[in-house]
Design a binder for this molecule. Structure first.
Ligand SMILES: Cc1cc2nc3c(=O)[nH]c(=O)nc-3n(C[C@H](O)[C@H](O)[C@H](O)COP(=O)(O)OP(=O)(O)OC[C@H]3O[C@@H](n4cnc5c(N)ncnc54)[C@H](O)[C@@H]3O)c2cc1C
Length: 406
């Protein structure tokens, strides 16, 4: 498209900030919030290609879970006991900060606990084996026998499950907006950043089709789109699609807490108005869902419906009101990836939340703000540092992991 002389003049008036955050999802908005908390005098902008929460952050199930994966034993096996424990406490801190820093009523905060339930006898074994590890990590968790799980959820065919008292749910879109409102940042929506020109100690200039922004520090919180602005980080994240649906409301609350099952392959919750949300099924269609295309597909939607009707037979009479998808950023080993932009140490990025960004995002914004403000080793950075991929061969590809995540 050509640009008129008026548009060109307008675009060349650079809007100057101390810090520009690119990406208006949970991670970007949380980082802006914590930058403001650290240094209220900073002039901060959030640049978002579409609207706040247009990406995965406004399309997810709103589960605020603790731990990196569906079953804690997998974390222990993959990362070691100490790292698994620290990851669990990082996500616990995320949950506690959401509750203490923000106004839960603004985003539908509910903290009645969460259930991780087994879809098979083998999964049940893993959950049982997780229990002692979780308890020694200090997690408030109890094991429920199959009868107890099925009675509690008016469900059938689940094996045992773990009930964690600290599980919570939110309306994720309202949460993102609430955080952005409290961040003190100027929010520029419909501003896709097309190019970043890095100028060493003098910061960077960011161009959108309409505007130009200058900033000393840049935070890239683009989810799966990070490589579009920093191609050298393309090995740290890949796009993966997740699909969901929502039923018509029913009068009774059958599912009192969020339910995660089949190694995270399916997730279900019931809203206060009676609608049932359910997502997943990706593990049954892995190849087709390795994409950034926003679309619902008959095959995955059928898997989700089969799961719902099998385990929650009372949903069979409910019509489906809404179907949707979103793009997640998966890292090579399932843990988020955080660091300084290569060759531009004043600027930072976070990506690769691997289907668990709501469980990490607010606390991760705090870490990212610390890193951006110059703290060399913010607490927890070693868990997520991009430097662990210096030898990428050594990383376990997430496609081979036991759990599916969202
Ligand atoms: C269907 C579904 C269900 C899920 N359920 C859960 C759940 O229950 N619990 C949980 O913990 N996690 C869940 N997740 C994962 C979670 O949503 C993500 O991990 C999290 O939202 C990632 O946040 P983010 O801020 O990194 O990325 P995003 O939310 O994707 O935000 C990135 C933003 O950057 C913007 N952007 C991209 N490129 C540019 C550019 N060039 N210029 C400007 N802006 C740009 C995008 O428009 C987007 O708004 C789910 C995901 C999906 C899709």
């Amino acid at each position: 498209m050509s640009i008129s002389i008026w548009q060109k003049d307008h675009r060349e008036q650079e809007l100057a900030y101390d810090a520009v955050v690119v990406g208006g999802g949970i991670v970007g908005c949380s980082t802006a919030y914590w930058l403001h908390r650290r240094q209220p005098s900073l002039r901060i902008a959030i640049l978002e290609a579409h609207t706040l929460g247009a990406g995965a952050s406004g399309r997810n199930a709103g589960f605020i879970l603790q731990g990196g994966q569906a079953d804690y034993l997998s974390d222990v096996t993959q990362y070691g006991e100490q790292t698994a424990r620290r990851l669990w406490h990082f996500t616990r801190a995320n949950r506690d900060l959401l509750r203490s820093e923000l106004h839960g009523s603004a985003f539908g905060w509910r903290s009645d606990g969460s259930l991780t339930v087994a879809g098979s006898a083998e999964e049940d074994e893993r959950l049982r084996a997780s229990l002692s590890h979780l308890r020694s990590a200090g997690a408030p968790v109890v094991y429920l026998e199959p009868d107890q799980v099925n009675a509690r959820l008016e469900a059938t065919a689940f094996h045992g499950g773990l009930f964690m008292t600290t599980g919570a749910t939110v309306d994720p879109l309202r949460l993102v907006r609430h955080i952005a409102e409290r961040s003190g940042a100027d929010v520029h929506t419909q501003q896709p950043v097309e190019r970043v020109r890095w100028h060493g100690d003098n910061g960077a200039v960011l161009d959108t089709p309409e505007l130009r922004f200058g900033a000393r520090r840049v935070v890239l919180a683009l989810g799966a789109s990070l490589p579009s602005l920093v191609p050298s980080l393309s090995d740290t994240v890949r796009p993966v699609r997740a699909q969901m649906l929502a039923t018509a409301p029913t009068d009774t609350t059958h599912i009192p807490v969020p339910v995660y099952s089949h190694h995270g392959g399916f997730y279900t919750r019931q809203l206060g108005d009676g609608r049932v949300l359910v997502g997943g099924g990706r593990h049954q269609h892995k190849e087709a869902e390795e994409t950034s295309t926003e679309a619902v597909t008959p095959a995955v939607q059928a898997s989700i419906e089969r799961y719902l009707h099998r385990h929650f037979p009372w949903t069979q009479s409910l019509s489906i009101q809404q179907r949707w998808s979103g793009t997640m950023g998966f890292s090579p080993d399932g843990r988020p990836v955080v660091g300084r932009v290569p060759d531009h140490p004043e600027s930072t990025f976070a990506t690769g939340f691997t289907g668990h960004g709501m469980g990490y995002g607010f606390r991760m914004g705090q870490l990212l703000a610390d890193l951006t403000c110059g703290t060399t080793q913010p607490e927890g950075i070693d868990l997520f540092a991009v430097s662990r991929f210096d030898d990428l061969e050594a990383a376990t590809p997430s496609t081979t992991r036991q759990t599916a995540g969202h």
